[in-house]
Design a protein around this ligand. Sequence first.
Ligand code: NAI
Length: 792
Amino acid sequence: MPTIKEILQTMDYGPAPESTKEAQAWLDQHGRRFGLFIDNAWTEAAETFGSFNPADGSELAQVSQASADDVERAVAAARRAQPGWVAMGGHGRAKVLYALARLLQKHSRLFAVLETLDNGKTIRETRDADLPLAARHFYHHAGWAQLQSEEFADYRAVGVVGQIVPWNFPLLMLAWKIAPALAAGNTIVFKPAEFTSLTALLFAEICVQAGVPAGVVNIVTGDGRVGEAIVNHPGIDKLAFTGSTEVGRIIRKATAGTGKKLSLELGGKSPFIVFEDADLDAAVEGLVDSIWFNQGQVCCAGSRLMVQESVYPRFIAKVKARMQNLRVGSPLDKSNDIGALVDPVQQQRINGLVESARAEGCEIWQPSCEMPVGGSWFLPTLITGASTSAAVAQTEIFGPVLVAMSFRTPAEAVQLANNTVYGLAACVWTESISLALDVAPAIKAGVVWINTANQFDAACGFGGYKESGFGREGGKEGMYEYLTPLAEDRRPAAPLAPEKGKVKPVEEGVPFAVDRTAKLYIGGKQARPDGAYSRAINGANGAFLADIGEGNRKDIRNAVEAAHKAAGWSKATAHNRAQVLYYIAENLAVRADEFAARIAAQTGAKNAMQEVQASVERLFYWAAWADKHDGLAHQPPMHGITVALNEPVGVIGIVCPNENPLLGFISLVAPALALGNRVIAVPSEAHPLSALDLYQVLDTSDLPGGALNIVTGSADELARTLASHFDVDAVWRHDGSAEGCAEVERLSAESLKRTWTGGAKGRDWFDAKQACGKTVLQHATQVKNVWIPYGV
Ligand code: NAI
């Protein structure tokens, strides 16, 4: 044993083990065998599996593998409990959430040690990050419950929600899922990951103490089969999933057409960008938090290091020196930085990826520290010399492995950063605020940390772009994931047929007197359909009205290309976009008679003129919103601000309703354009001519070519192409086709694009509550949170 004097001389770390006594006692108290928590009672454990300590491989407890019957009982209990939970009111629920937060704090050491035992992450992290963040989440959401009737007056709880989480932040992910769901008035069937069930089971106990009524929170343990049973259960109204992109896709496909609300928080391959003017030492510390936090088993880990060429060698030398000082060892030792990986299977997976990089000629560097014996470990690893397309540069490794590359200019940095299918997070390091705020919006990711890394807070939404999923957790946007607008309940069971009036004979309409085959509208020009086919459109009285172009896959591809070229529309000022929409409204109003006659000729509607007037008003409405859907400035507990920006989704494919051929079209296309998206619209299949008459209006309204493209033809075929296209970011379908909507959702799973589908139900397009408002704004934008700490 060295003397204190000797220790002070060498400044060596001594052992600083955390006691596991209480956690072991808790496990013993349960006989190290756990049933399921359903309706506030524990079931007898039937089929069980082991939960192991990844640091030494020892078994901690046996945990139940829930059966389909168990899931059934959990869903039934949640269903029974839901009306009562809603009836408790916002304040009633706030008190329960507050009690949960307090209990998490009171038992924080027990939770932290149990989490470290079960997961292998260091006690420093469970104690200082997982637990405080989880408690904060419940406090924050106690607040949303309290404010619900004021802030979400036009919404109701979704109902029974199924929640499935991974093993990397077992308790924190539970908090991210359960707190907002409870605040909004939902009841829950929750499944932890099979490697890490224990803190969820301890949480079940504190639910009882906090006064959570029976059936409100149900915890079913087990592997992916239990997850599948939850996903496929017809009694589940909403699913929230965090985990691998692969399983996210399976869930997207499985829920297609079921009407279940869905949020997916999936993988990432986040860039960590260091500009030459950055504080390099601070950036190195940020990098440690970014890629070596939680052994790199973090969905938003900064796993791709990008350093400006001029400082690359210096920065890499600093990184290696810092890596040499990382302490790898028992996660229960308070001085260790890196603990154990969750399971040997992860160790093998990571090793496989690193060895394949070595075989491809990459340089693999690891510090010369000793690998602990027993358990599953991986030393911090730096890979250099990988090409940007190498597997290690593209695949989510989910381990303590960093891949480094260099860039020359900010534009190249952005291009490299976006060279991934993922879009969860990014870090930008520079002392130039102007450069940082120029680069942050250009990176396609849901979170951008400037001169900081891996910061989280309940008030700031978290979630991905692209294949990192959709939906947000935290903040007000996270609450909407667990709410349904009341207006949705008022939607008619089927599309509303027009009230028929006297149809004006076609010959009387002056503009239609000369035969004209309407073409497609691509890149601001009329284009002949690729297939050179036309389809005849008949009017309400059965008479032939016009031939229109039969668009096909090639036409959609051309339209997508044109939309991408029109990226300037997304960068145009909101004021400018509003002006264009007002201009369209103005030009439409001038030709109101002609448009009304056309609507009447197609549908026989008595209220054709009202439809034109409503369309003009809707254009005004969305023009008004263009420069008012501002983001927010959050003040999380740090010295700085987090700016939540509402960014356009990108390129949106819109299949318009059949009814109300003008108003339906405008109601969907105008908000998408107003918020800065580029659009490929498929007009009403039955009555497309009103949209085609808009060509001239668009040509005279300063809308840049490619911002809005119009392709006519078979809604099914065109929707299919849009949903499968990898360069389309979202598809909306509202033509009342249940099967068509289901197909869009199914096909969207490949690229994990966002969808907004109306199913078989109709929508009263004249009713602003059903056709306007926040729901549309939310579909037309995605939130990016930019964290900007200050101080020197
Ligand atoms: P996973 O996605 O298979 O598991 C996450 C959760 O989903 C677990 O609770 C699991 O039981 C459940 N699950 C599995 N199959 C399911 C199904 N068909 N339907 C419903 N639920 C299902 O992730 P896994 O296997 O634990 O890790 C594999 C890889 O996934 C990791 O190496 C990592 O690359 C990635 N991953 C990414 C995460 C992230 O947050 N981005 C989290 C966990 C894993």
